[in-house]
Design a protein around this ligand. Structure first.
Ligand SMILES: [Ca+2]
Length: 223
């Protein structure tokens, strides 16, 4: 069973562990206190399921991903398998770089969820995203957005990305959304996704327009 669908079964227990885990609270208090921000995200494709979705707050030195560069293991696991645990585990194990982490349950097409994370002056940036459930290694999200300085809600429209780690065979054996555990390495870089072809096992009904935003993320500062 792929991670994506295993996670659907175990998501409740998992979320109970990870949601709202404050990592560097003592460090934050020394730096002058924390602020809470709500992150709401929603699928705009209408066709793609969203995986479990990790969110982290972090320093300006950390990059979760960068377009034009190879994806690290954190994004590879998220984009290929819908697995948020590498992002979350990295955050939990490095309280200097990360202040807070949260994870949201999977979502259906057209839907989304809301999480709350803490930010502070040392960890002002928020990053996170989800696997496009019916792709080989498609994902979307935000990366390195300064949420600490916000005084009003900010909305960002995001585009589908290809992690560049797995070839887009769209075959059942390689598609986590179809229970496939296989992968053919792509050895590429993170770039804009070219869309689902629908000419193999991933059905044409999962197509989306790669020229249009695939998700909307709103960050709202809380009192
Ligand atoms: Ca790919």
């Amino acid at each position: 069973m792929s991670y994506l669908f295993r996670s659907l079964l175990t998501a409740t227990a998992f979320a109970g562990i990870a949601v709202g885990a404050t990592i560097g609270a003592q460090a934050a208090q020394k730096a002058g206190g924390t602020r809470r921000v709500a992150i709401e995200y929603r699928d705009l494709s209408g066709t793609q399921d969203l995986s479990s979705t990790p969110w982290v707050s972090h320093t300006k030195q950390f990059r979760l991903w960068e377009e034009g560069k190879p994806a690290g293991l954190l994004i590879q696991e998220l984009a290929e398998n819908g697995n948020p645990e590498f992002v979350l585990g990295t955050a939990i194990s490095d309280p200097k770089t990360f202040l807070d982490a949260a994870v949201a349950l999977p979502s259906l097409p057209g839907k989304g969820r809301r999480v709350v994370v803490k930010v502070d002056a040392e960890h002002p940036l928020v990053s996170g995203g989800w696997m496009l459930g019916h792709t080989n290694d498609g994902f979307a999200g935000i990366e390195g957005v300064d949420a600490y300085k916000l005084t009003k809600p900010m909305t960002i429209e995001v585009y589908a990305l290809d992690a560049g780690t797995e070839k887009n065979t769209e075959k059942k054996e390689d598609a986590a959304g179809l229970g496939g555990l296989g992968r053919i390495p792509e050895n590429g870089v993170i770039s804009r996704h070219t869309g689902v072809r629908g000419d193999a096992d991933i059905a044409a009904s999962f197509k989306f327009d790669p020229a249009k935003p695939i998700g909307r993320v709103t960050i709202t500062p809380l009192k």
